[in-house]
Design a protein around this ligand. Structure first.
Ligand code: NAI
Ligand code: MG
Length: 350
């Protein structure tokens, strides 16, 4: 079957790891038509728009996107992150991140970690509903606002919908059953954020009832941050809201070797985007020094999503073999090899 995929390197090391991904993808004899596009800081500098119209067209004309990384800078008027815009426009409400300690990776915190995190990807504090200065209506709307009256106040809204909660919980349970996973942990802070995490918890319980074969636990996010250090092997599948998932997934990445190993998929009902969890690491841009493993695992997830199960498995096996042998390694894992040499070694093992 043929595929049409948008290739979007972004900024900084996004280009380095995209080049690595192409070394591997070129070895796979699938009929893939790549559609090149740009987004991120590079486009903001040129057009004052992180996702210009041509990029939307390129994305819309494809089945999915392989994405490098982008640079976002705070405090710039009118600036909107490219990745957030793409996630919202295509309603990519699932952010799926696997964390597995592959044998041979010297940075593994423990050798038996194998968890998958489902992060709601379009709501919460990332909805972009913010106020500054805060309109006076706000101070009149809620008695708890009284003590802030007369102060210089900024407000960011944690927007949570029941539908969003249900969708991410359903996706997580469906995945757990498909992959033969046993335990689902719902991560929340409903004791403090009573209403928005309240409906998240309600929807979690409602969906869980349909999957009696999956054992469930409910834990506070702060406790989970602690348990990741104490007993990470306990976790199997985790489902949580956007910001908690963002923070916990960086912590989990560190448990299995660093951001250089953490792949991610942004999935909606009609489109998907695959990207390493790391950012554009500007200080390493163009040096071909960084670890391409996260990007290669993202390409693996993309192949699976496209229904190319055989090649997804072969890529997984090839990456795992290169990690186990440890002969070809980038600086972060104590090696001296380049980004592209690691990719070439994986391609050789395909
Ligand atoms: P970053 O992930 O770009 O880099 C942090 C540090 O992690 C790097 O200095 C490097 O030491 C290490 N690192 C990252 N990727 C690595 C790799 N593949 N191999 C080895 N080491 C690696 O995060 P930072 O510095 O906070 O942000 C830089 C820019 O990236 C910012 O503009 C930020 O907004 C953006 N960003 C973009 C993301 C995306 O494209 N989805 C996600 C996170 C940050
Ligand atoms: Mg993050």
């Amino acid at each position: 079957m043929s595929h049409r995929i948008c290739r979007l390197p972004g900024d900084g090391i996004g280009h380095d790891v995209m080049k690595a991904a192409m070394i591997v993808m070129d070895k796979i004899p699938l009929d893939i038509q790549w559609v090149d596009a740009d987004a991120g800081w590079c486009m903001w500098e040129k057009f004052g728009n992180t996702v210009p119209e041509v990029t939307w067209k390129a994305l819309e004309s494809t089945e999915c996107c392989l994405f490098g990384a982008i640079t976002s800078k705070p405090g710039i008027k009118g600036f909107q992150s490219a990745i957030l815009q793409i996630r919202q426009k295509f309603d990519l409400y699932i952010n799926l991140r696997p964390f597995k300690s592959y044998p041979g990776v010297p940075l593994n915190y423990r050798d038996n970690i194998d968890m998958v995190l489902f992060r709601e990807n379009s709501e919460d504090l990332y909805s972009g509903v913010e106020f500054y200065p805060t309109p006076v209506e706000f101070f009149n709307m809620h008695p708890k606002m009284e003590r802030f009256r007369g102060k210089d106040v900024a407000i960011s809204c944690r927007v949570i919908t029941r539908e969003g909660c249900r969708h991410i919980c359903e996706a997580a349970f469906k995945y757990a059953v498909e992959k033969g996973r046993k335990r689902m942990t719902c991560v929340h802070k409903a004791n403090v954020i009573r209403l928005s995490d309240g409906i998240f918890l309600e929807e979690f319980r409602r969906v869980a009832e349909k999957y009696p074969q999956i054992e469930t636990t409910e834990e506070n996010v702060d406790a989970v941050a602690m348990w990741f250090i104490k007993k990470p092997e306990f976790y199997d599948v985790i489902v949580t809201t956007n910001m908690f998932g963002d923070i916990l997934s960086d912590e989990a990445a560190q448990l299995v070797g660093s951001l250089g190993f953490a792949a991610s998929a942004n999935i909606g009902d009609n489109y998907a985007l695959f990207e390493p969890s790391h950012g554009s690491a500007p200080k390493y841009a163009g040096q071909f020094k960084v670890n391409p493993t996260a990007m290669l695992f993202s390409a693996r997830m993309m192949l699976e999503w496209l229904g190319e199960k055989e090649w997804a498995e072969r890529l997984e096996t090839a990456i795992a073999k290169v990690l186990l042998e440890g002969k070809v390694r980038t600086y972060d894992v104590g090696g001296t090899n380049t980004t592209l040499e690691v990719a070439e070694e994986v391609a050789r093992n395909l």
